[in-house]
Write a protein that binds this ligand. Structure first.
Ligand code: GLY
Length: 402
């Protein structure tokens, strides 16, 4: 049965079928309708609460309402992406109508060269919209956004510059791996070979410089623009320069898995596994990480459910690329375990009236903001993980019915 489950995921990711066995935990499936109802109610609540689509929900305030941001905030693409995922999950036309409205509000971002995050902003919104509708106007926006992102690449450094912040010369954050999906996809869908080459080079440089020998990652590397040498390895959102910020590690896991999907470069798969192994070896018993794996007051530190959601989604893809059966099984079970945990209290609260889906995430603890809140990107990757899980089980059910 497991073999069939993974075959479904592999079709989705365009890979070959591995040899696997044993059946997975089915408890998510038995609660599927209840979970979908909770998601539907919360997303409809967000649509009502954020009726001004010039501003986008980012994180919840202490009273539980959404704090909203303008379209240039790095998080603007996630709510449109959630609406596309809800349309995919439920088939409800109203979600598609809202998804179109919220996605199209981001059209000017295709020209926005002020941050590497144009990848998140445009690919989560227009990328999902194009995947589900094949609307050619969406594809044009994606291709232009990829051209814009490519302008931030510096061949001497071998990376895309993350932020324009005078505190650093040429900062590159581990999160930047996620923005490569826009370039990889565009290069294979009407874009240029240069886009592919830039994405590969960025991943290679990150693989070389962002990892410690134990598989944990630094958050920010500052490069010298002129020579390309590393000036410093520091943190911005983690506990300390030498600690491992949980969401950064999840971005690494997911980002290198995605890079392997497009390139089939075994070095990227190896790097994704290194990131995953560190992440899994440092989880608490409920499988949801503390906000930093080295935070000083564990177990009295806040969890970061968003890091769990990113990692769960990445693991459900990663397991499909692994030939070694025990390792494949470990990644698959770990992805399901995180998802199971997130799908129950205290992370998913059925009776809660707040519109955020996952409770207990941390945006930027050292910055004093968004501690123990709902984050829109946590919700986005949580729903993506559920969809990945459903594709596996739907494929399994279809095979068993034959
Ligand atoms: N990419 C910014 C963050 O993960 O908080």
């Amino acid at each position: 049965m497991r073999q069939l489950l993974l075959a479904g995921l592999l079709v989705m990711c365009g890979c070959t079928t591995p040899h696997v066995k044993e059946s997975p935990d089915r408890s998510l499936e038995t609660r599927w309708d209840a979970i979908t109802d909770i998601l539907g109610a919360k997303v409809r609540q967000t649509i009502d609460q954020c009726s001004d689509s010039l501003r986008y929900p980012r994180s919840t305030s202490s009273d539980g309402t959404w704090r909203t941001v303008e379209i240039r905030d790095w998080t603007s693409g996630f709510f449109p992406g959630i609406l596309w995922y809800m349309h995919e999950l439920t088939g409800e036309k109203t979600f598609e109508q809202s998804a179109r409205r919220w996605t199209e509000g981001l059209t000017p971002l295709q020209w926005y060269a002020g941050s590497h995050d144009v990848g998140f902003m445009v690919f989560c919104s227009f990328g999902n919209g194009y995947r589900l509708t094949h609307d050619e106007s969406y594809k044009a926006v994606i291709l232009q956004a990829a051209r814009t992102l490519a302008t931030r690449f510096n061949p001497t450094v071998g990376c895309i510059k993350s932020w324009n912040n005078p505190k650093w010369d040429f900062p590159v954050i581990i999160d930047n791996m996620m923005n490569l999906e826009l370039l990889f996809w565009a290069s294979q869908n009407g874009g240029t070979q240069d886009m592919y080459a830039i994405a590969v080079r960025h991943a290679e440089t990150t693989m070389r410089n962002h990892f410690r020998p134990d598989g944990s990652t630094y958050h920010v590397l500052d490069y010298d623009t002129g020579s390309g040498r590393v000036i410093s390895r520091v943190t911005h959102q983690g506990y300390a320069d030498n600690s491992c910020w949980a969401r950064g590690q999840a971005w690494a896991l997911y980002g290198f898995t995605m890079s392997y999907r497009f390139t089939r470069d075994p070095r990227f798969l190896e790097t994704a596994r290194k990131a995953a192994d560190y992440f899994l070896d440092h989880l608490p018993p409920d499988h949801v990480p503390y906000w930093d794996f080295n935070a000083p007051d564990i177990p009295d530190e806040p969890r970061d459910a968003s890091a769990g959601a990113v990692a769960a989604s990445g693991l459900l893809e990663l397991c499909g690329y692994i030939d070694d059966a025990p390792a494949r099984e470990r990644y698959f079970q770990a992805g399901i375990a995180i998802l199971e945990s997130l799908s129950a209290p205290p992370y998913l609260m059925a009776k809660s009236s707040v519109p955020g889906i996952l409770q207990h995430s941390v945006g930027n603890k050292p910055g004093g903001g968004e501690v123990d809140v709902s984050l829109i990107y946590g919700d986005y990757y949580y729903i993506e993980s559920l969809l990945r899980h459903r594709r596996l089980t739907a494929h399994d059910a279809a095979q068993n019915a034959r």
